[in-house]
Design a protein around this ligand. Structure first.
Ligand SMILES: Nc1ncnc2c1ncn2[C@@H]1O[C@H](COP(=O)(O)OP(=O)(O)OP(=O)(O)O)[C@@H](O)[C@H]1O
Length: 234
């Protein structure tokens, strides 16, 4: 479980969000929603420990370092770095092996199994600059599968990908949820959120809604206009 008590996030002391209190239960599947610039990515980075909270407390029921993995926004990643798909997916082993130790045969099998599961085993020797957006996103999911942590944070995993890849990745998220993972995903599309995500955390500077997705979306007065809602939570 991850418990938040009056947590605010932001930069240089300037808070982006209303204080957030509540918890991500073990095994829950939650969407974080809010307008552009509302602080969703900042909240995710704060939960991961990459940024300090401006105020409040975040408590993990297990040591955070080994328990979580993070799928960053594609725009946060330098795709010109000369590294192969295999090597990126192999980074999922680092929490267990350390950066400098070589991976074992068993790890290589896990890496190939993960690439197979997301349909990119044939791209193992490609460099990341040679991948399409959807292939790149599948690669990041393969790394998450290798990391195999109890908690998974994902930042806009479907941004800029085709509907077939989106379906494949949504089905993977559902499988991971069924395996008991705690999954927190930043998303913009209310139709996907309503169909697949039982819990929603809606944030902006003035208020926070957190609970069952239907109730959270219904509490938003713009619920009848998904597009308006995605762009302008108020
Ligand atoms: N490193 C940084 N230093 C200062 N301000 C930042 C930094 N990173 C982001 N911001 C600002 O913080 C605000 C929130 O950014 P964030 O990326 O968390 O929003 P978001 O809700 O994820 O938005 P989007 O839906 O557009 O991805 C934005 O106004 C952004 O300009």
């Amino acid at each position: 479980m991850i418990k938040l008590e009056n947590v605010t996030v932001g930069y240089q002391g300037e808070r982006l969000t209303h204080p957030i209190s509540g918890s991500f239960a073990q095994g829950s599947l939650t969407a974080i929603m809010g307008a552009n610039g509302a602080g969703k990515s900042t909240l995710l980075k704060t939960l991961c420990g990459l940024l300090p909270a401006l105020s409040g407390q975040i408590e993990f029921s297990q040591p955070r370092k080994m328990a979580l993995s993070w799928l960053p926004q594609q725009s946060d990643i330098d795709r010109s770095f000369p590294i192969t798909v295999f090597d990126v997916v192999a980074m999922g082993c680092w929490p267990n092996t350390g950066i400098l130790r070589s991976i074992k045969r068993n790890d290589v099998e896990r890496i190939y199994a993960a690439m197979e599961q997301v349909g990119i085993a044939n791209l193992a020797n490609y460099t990341v600059s040679q991948l399409s957006g959807g292939q790149f996103q599948r690669m990041l999911f393969a790394r998450l599968l290798v990391q195999d942590t109890a908690i998974m944070f994902m930042d806009e995993p479907f941004a800029g990908i085709d509907s077939q890849t989106q379906e494949a990745l949504l089905s993977l998220i559902c499988q991971l949820h069924q395996q008991g993972k705690t999954i927190v995903t930043v998303l913009h599309n209310p139709t996907i959120v309503e169909a697949y995500f039982p819990q929603t955390l809606l944030i902006n500077q003035q208020c926070v809604h957190w609970g069952e997705t239907k109730q959270v979306l219904a509490s938003c007065s713009l619920y009848d206009s998904p597009m308006k809602m995605a762009l302008n939570f108020g």
